[in-house]
Design a binder for this molecule. Structure first.
Ligand SMILES: *Cc1c(COP(=O)(O)O)cnc(C)c1O
Length: 361
């Protein structure tokens, strides 16, 4: 048997990491797969990828490659903090809700301080309140702020919003970390240069997501503040994040960065999300929960509607309260499939939804 019998090739909107590998990343992997090359990052692909980031960000940043975003975020935050420090983040931040305590683990106990967000965004005031609540030695000393771009609920920070948080951080002596698992989608929406929404706005370190942008694996940790990158390679090694065949983590970055594929793919995913949101305008009984500014659409459904949609074979996450559904688009999302999803949502909401429909397992 050369493939699993149950293989279902129909696209789903459960996550942007349901998608496969984009042609540019795949081609670069193939190119890198010729002959031998030095291990552990001493190869031409790794230096070419780091150079591609320096040219993209128009600065002399330090770049490291990890296998996934949890490691990238956790190790980046660990490099900003001592064990008695704290990191201010949104209460729906991936680092707070979806990394199984890894940021605390890898920083040997630095504490995350979660504060309420508005449409997924932290505000300068929110940061200030959390950072100045206490200044005694019984409280974990605030040392960093983490923001997510695009946010977990598919909104983006404008360069001005990042800069305002950056200014607050500098005033309060805090480092600024950006979780950019969907950084490409944010750039595609904003239309600004990557520099404008990162180091020029006060970001010290960015975790730039490759996986959700069309790679098999891999995130880049980009230090704009080079002093903070000191000994970072040791953290990576200790955490099991130093790839011995590093060229295969690095090559896909060369592939997507060299001809702007990273941005084209993100634009496509964003357009599909917009298409879905537009197609759902006027459907009664559902409500869009957040503005669609990246590649995700969040819809508040009655539970019976969710069940009916699942019964039609759709997969999606419902992690925001009771009845909220998340639909993510990716670099390869088919507009016909998006239209099909919208039509099915319309159909289940227009028929009297039977309350006893159960999702298949
Ligand atoms: C997907 C994602 C990550 C990375 O998750 P991994 O599964 O560890 O690669 C980080 N932050 C956000 C906001 C994400 O959506």
């Amino acid at each position: 048997m050369d493939q699993p019998e149950t293989l279902d090739l129909a696209q789903q909107f459960g996550s942007d990491n349901y998608a496969g590998i984009c042609p540019e990343a795949w081609a670069a992997m193939t190119q890198a797969n010729q002959g031998h090359a030095p291990a552990y990052g001493d190869d031409p692909w790794t230096s070419a990828a780091a150079d591609a980031f320096r040219s993209l960000f128009e600065c002399d940043c330090e770049v490291f490659f990890t296998f996934n975003g949890t490691a990238a975020n956790s190790l980046a935050l660990a490099s900003l903090c001592q064990s008695f420090h704290s990191v201010i983040c949104s209460d729906i931040a991936h680092i707070e809700t979806d990394e199984c305590g890894a940021p605390e683990f890898f920083s040997n106990g630095a504490k995350l301080i979660a504060v309420p967000s508005q449409d997924g965004r932290l505000t300068p005031d929110g940061v200030r309140v959390a950072a100045t609540r206490r200044d005694d030695l019984h409280y974990p000393k605030p040392k960093a702020v983490s923001i997510t771009q695009a946010t977990e609920v598919g909104t983006v920070y404008s360069p001005a919003q990042v800069a305002a948080i950056g200014a607050t951080c500098r005033e309060l002596g805090l480092h600024l970390h950006m979780d950019g698992a969907r950084f490409a989608n944010a750039c595609a929406t904003l239309g600004c240069t990557p520099a404008e929404v990162t180091w020029k706005a006060g970001v010290d370190v960015l975790c730039f997501g490759g996986t959700k942008n069309g790679m098999a694996i891999g995130e880049a940790v980009v230090f704009f503040n080079r002093a903070l990158a000191q000994d970072f390679e040791y953290r990576c090694k200790q955490a099991g994040q130093l790839a011995s065949k590093m060229r295969f983590l690095a090559a896909p970055w060369v592939g997507v960065l060299r001809n702007g594929a990273w941005l084209r793919h993100a634009r496509h995913a964003n357009r599909c999300a917009q298409q879905l949101a537009n197609a759902l305008q006027g459907v009664t009984g559902i409500r869009q929960l957040f503005p669609v500014q990246a590649n995700g659409v969040f819809i508040d459904f009655p539970p019976a509607g969710l069940n009916a949609l699942r019964a039609r074979g759709w997969r999606f996450y419902t992690f925001i309260g009771e009845g909220g559904a998340r639909f993510m688009c990716a670099w390869d999302t088919q507009p016909e499939r998006t239209a099909q999803l919208a039509a099915d949502i319309r159909a289940v909401m227009s028929t009297a939804v039977p309350a006893d429909v159960q999702p298949p397992d």
